[in-house]
Design a protein around this ligand. Structure first.
Ligand code: GDP
Ligand code: MG
Ligand code: MG
Length: 249
């Protein structure tokens, strides 16, 4: 049985280091179709399962405005892996949590990895994993790609969420945003993840906008721009709040 796993995260959070720890030399490089962005994949066998990892280009958002963002977003959206691992720099987790909240909207199996906990310890900081799990509603693994801490646990968790298949709960936006999301969702073709698409329409992703039906985008421009700011604020305020609850120095 093969489980495909996408490694997603901001640039420089340790995705490739973790990938190397996970698959060792059993990796190969190709190109993503149509673009000169490398596609790095590799597999390892764990407890009878083949875990097939894809090391995705680093991104700050799943709204596609750059080629790297489009490669990562399109992979997650159009050929979703069985499990998405969002890698977050535990030393400065805010932007990673922001990205994680976007990834949760894809309605896939998601695991959050807080990496570089070796550095965190050196700095004398403690992070409470169970607080993270409670407020994120998904499994969390603390890892160090340098010491190998958490790697075995990550592989165990990948198999568990694959078998368990509990989808993340919905992150609630302010009421006026939710109302607009519901309206937009009625114009999203069935078969697509409607809530994710509706968010991306508001956030100005033109590739997703092209998939959408009868919305008069021009007349909605200003309201969407305000709502996009409110969405970003909601994600950042959740991240800040979560960090203050889970971190102690
Ligand atoms: P990527 O851009 O997300 O693929 O990140 P890389 O794997 O290239 O790592 C970026 C930098 O962080 C490199 O200098 C790594 O050596 C370092 N790094 C990655 N993981 C860890 C870790 O767990 N602990 C520490 N201390 N450094 C790490
Ligand atoms: Mg890098
Ligand atoms: Mg990398």
């Amino acid at each position: 049985m093969t489980i495909t796993v996408g490694l997603v995260g901001n640039p420089n959070v340790g995705k490739t280091s973790l990938f190397n720890k996970l698959v060792g030399a059993r990796q190969y490089v190709a190109n993503w179709p149509g673009v000169t962005v490398s596609r790095v994949e590799g597999a390892t066998v764990h407890k009878g399962y083949t875990l097939h990892f894809v090391d995705l280009p680093g991104v700050y958002t799943l709204s596609a405005t750059s080629i790297d963002e489009k490669v990562t977003r399109d992979y997650l959206f159009f050929s979703p892996p069985n499990v998405v691992v969002v890698v977050i720099d535990s030393m400065s987790p805010e932007q990673g949590i922001y990205l994680l909240l976007e990834a949760l909207e894809l309605n896939l199996n998601v695991i959050a990895v807080f990496n570089a906990v070796d550095e965190l310890r050196k700095a004398g900081t403690v992070v409470d994993k169970s607080v993270l799990e409670t407020f994120l509603g998904i499994p969390v693994v603390l890892t160090s790609a340098h010491t190998g801490e958490g790697i075995e646990e990550l592989m165990d968790k990948i198999i568990q969420v694959f078998k368990g298949g509990d989808r993340p709960k919905v992150f609630p936006y302010p009421e006026h945003v939710e109302e607009e999301l519901k309206k937009i969702e009625t114009s999203i073709p069935k078969g697509l993840v409607q809530r994710f698409c509706a968010l991306k329409v508001i956030e100005g992703d033109r590739f997703i906008r092209d998939l959408v039906g009868d919305i008069d985008l021009d007349s909605r421009k200003e309201i969407y721009s305000t709502l996009a700011t409110d969405i970003a604020k909601a994600r950042y305020s959740f991240a800040t709040d979560l960090i203050s609850k889970a971190y102690r120095s």
